[in-house]
Design a binder for this molecule. Structure first.
Ligand code: FES
Ligand code: FES
Length: 149
């Protein structure tokens, strides 16, 4: 029975060790902010943090997340205060349909931890999440705004 630490809380889940983390988060733990898009690590809708790094949870067996700190979009704000990326997203009206956005925000938050002042090239190389609404220009503007917050 895998034991997971998600957003600071421990969960013993009844799942086969090879089950993708995404399904355990959504269907067993009930954290549905993380989305399913492609299921093959291409779109980024399912991005969460594992020990602070962005990981596509549709393609990570749950047993590989054991013993690590998992953070989902529900755990990004701290003590009721939105993360700077979330604030920038609101100020720049980034989301359109919103479906890709939780994964996008998690990917960006991890990037800014690693590179607090990313260049456009850094953004293009790292934020490979797919947005069918085409919010890429707003995403870039909001990232730069978040770095100046
Ligand atoms: S659902 Fe995981 S990358 Fe698309
Ligand atoms: S906001 Fe609609 S898919 Fe990105």
């Amino acid at each position: 029975m895998p034991r997971l630490v998600v957003n600071g809380k421990t969960h013993d889940v009844d799942a086969d060790p090879t089950t993708p983390l995404l399904w355990v988060l959504r269907e067993q733990i009930g954290l549905t902010g993380t989305k399913y898009g492609c299921g093959i690590a291409q779109c980024g809708a399912c991005t969460v943090h594992i020990d602070g790094a962005a990981v596509r949870s549709c393609s990570l067996p749950v047993n590989e997340a054991e013993g690590k700190q998992i953070t989902t979009i529900e755990g990004l704000a701290q003590n009721g205060v939105l993360h700077p990326v979330q604030k920038a997203w609101l100020e720049h009206d980034v989301p359109q349909c919103g479906y890709c956005q939780t994964g996008m925000i998690m990917a960006v938050a991890a990037l800014l931890t690693e590179k607090p002042k990313p260049t456009d090239a850094d953004i293009d190389n790292t934020i490979t999440n797919i947005c069918r609404c085409g919010t890429f220009q707003q995403v870039r503007a909001a990232i730069h705004a978040a770095t100046n917050a």
